[in-house]
Design a protein around this ligand. Structure first.
Ligand code: GDP
Ligand code: IMO
Ligand code: MG
Length: 423
């Protein structure tokens, strides 16, 4: 069997959680392959809303196996809070959630280091989620990390060594902090974690595939936040692109089947960094209000703008997207005109490819399409789509060279329309 991958094509928060939940019934296994509690994946069904950070979004659909892969970084304290809330709401996890022994642990001092590095950057700060993501991946790459599997072997010693090293760095940065509370809840989290299945997830995933089981990999963040291909240095610290599913789960590249690329009908970004099609006017405010564009983890206001097809084309290329999914089209239901950035003007010259640097002097060039001006939130099938909406879909498909297979018209699981275009 093949592994299908679902990932974000923009700056995160595209609606990955919702669609993973919708697609899960078609799969046996759902697996997260990178990122950590910087993610906030929202799902809504039966009048309830859930926000997942580290736990895969397949957890609500029957008895599917959900895996936290080796590429993920896990904070035991935040994991405990998330898992306990799910258990309390009637969603048992223990038997269904498997955690890779090779996943790295976010230590309390990683969170403090995240804050200290951001403070040291001053105006140039990344605007991280403050969850210790960068420092944890830094330790992984510099071969100083502590892994989930270490909880079972010489844990105290490994934790103490890492903590001491971090304290030295913090002293050098002259950063004041108090570890007491953080460390206490973190150690409680470590104890809590011990009741879960720690697995060699690369073996588990490959054995499942050999047995004919199907796997859906759930990305976190988005391609424009990828450590290699995103708007560096305003990015996260992992490979959010399709290749990350191979390294973050131990699946070979020739095992990848469908690549679902998910995007909003417009565009958002949270945190600092360039965003060429950002709007600073009433139209941007309207998108923010109608789309409830506030971070699901940090509550921060998301910056809003028109869809950026230059960046999206780049994302489609890097990920080898085979199917597109468009989210939040309902947010544009009342707009007279829809704009789409089709090129950048750089030093007076128009380019249609994503350049090395988009920090300064990149001016968006827009195409304009008529809005559909109809409430789409109750639509059930593509037969109901208004003509102008179909024209928008066709325009995007022509630009991106890939078919849009799913359209989302509201946050609820039920507000999802699969298009039955020819395979
Ligand atoms: P993720 O990180 O990619 O899973 O996305 P988030 O959960 O951070 O952000 C997406 C937000 O949009 C959540 O609040 C969802 O409930 C909501 N959402 C998802 N799809 C739709 C949609 O089609 N329309 C509207 N209006 N909201 C949506
Ligand atoms: P989901 O999975 C949107 C952003 C942060 C910051 C940058 C680096 O919900 O789409 P980090 O804490 O990772 O070191 O922050 O990345 N960021 C996200 N933005 N959605 C996310 O996740 C994000 N995870 C990180 O705002 O700009
Ligand atoms: Mg999110």
């Amino acid at each position: 069997m093949k592994v299908d991958v679902l990932l974000g094509l923009q700056w995160g928060d595209e609606g990955k959680g919702k669609v993973v939940d919708v697609l899960t019934p078609k799969y046996d296994v759902v697996a997260r392959f990178q990122g950590g509690p910087n993610a906030g994946h929202t799902l809504e069904f039966e009048g309830q809303k859930y926000v997942l950070r580290s736990i895969p979004s397949g957890i609500f659909q029957g008895n599917k196996v959900n895996i936290i892969g080796n590429g993920v970084v896990l904070d035991p304290a935040l994991f405990k809070a998330e898992a306990e809330a799910l258990e309390a709401s009637g969603h048992p996890l223990k038997e269904r959630l498997h955690i890779s022994k090779k996943a790295h642990l976010i230590l309390p001092t990683h969170r403090i280091l995240d804050a200290a590095y951001e403070a040291a950057k001053g105006d140039a700060k990344v605007g991280t989620t403050g969850k210790g993501i960068g420092p944890t991946y830094t330790d992984k790459v510099s071969r100083n990390g502590v892994r989930v599997g270490d909880i079972l072997h010489n844990f105290e010693q490994k934790y103490a060594a890492a903590k001491a090293r971090h304290e030295e760095i913090l002293k050098g940065l002259n950063y004041e902090y108090d570890l007491t509370e953080l460390e206490k809840t973190w150690l409680e989290g470590i104890e809590y974690l011990k009741q879960f299945h720690f697995v060699d997830s690369e073996h588990e995933v490959n054995n499942l595939l050999k047995d004919g089981k199907s796997v859906l990999c759930e990305g976190a963040q988005g391609t424009m936040l990828d450590i290699d291909f995103g708007s560096y240095p305003f990015v996260t610290s992992s490979n959010t692109v399709c290749a990350g599913a191979c390294t973050g789960l131990g699946v070979a590249p020739n095992r990848i089947g469908e690549v679902y690329g998910i995007f909003k009908a417009y565009c958002t970004r949270v945190g600092a960094g360039p965003f060429p099609s950002e709007l600073f006017d009433e139209t941007g405010d309207k998108m923010c209000t109608l789309g409830h564009e506030f971070g699901s983890v940090t509550g921060r206001k998301r910056r809003c703008g028109w869809i950026d097809l230059v960046a999206l084309k780049y994302s489609v290329m890097i990920n080898g997207v085979t199917k597109l999914i468009m989210m939040k089209s309902d947010v544009l239901d009342t707009f007279d005109i829809i704009k789409a950035c089709v090129a950048y003007k750089v030093d007076g010259e128009e380019i249609d490819y994503f350049p090395y640097d988009i920090t300064d002097g990149v001016e968006p060039v827009y195409a304009e399409l008529p809005g559909w001006k109809i409430d789409m939130t109750k639509m059930q099938s593509e037969d109901e789509f208004p003509e102008e909406f179909n024209a928008y879909l066709t325009f995007l498909e022509d630009q991106l060279g890939v078919e849009i297979k799913i359209v989302s018209v509201g946050p609820d699981r039920a507000q999802t329309i699969e298009r039955y275009t020819e395979e």
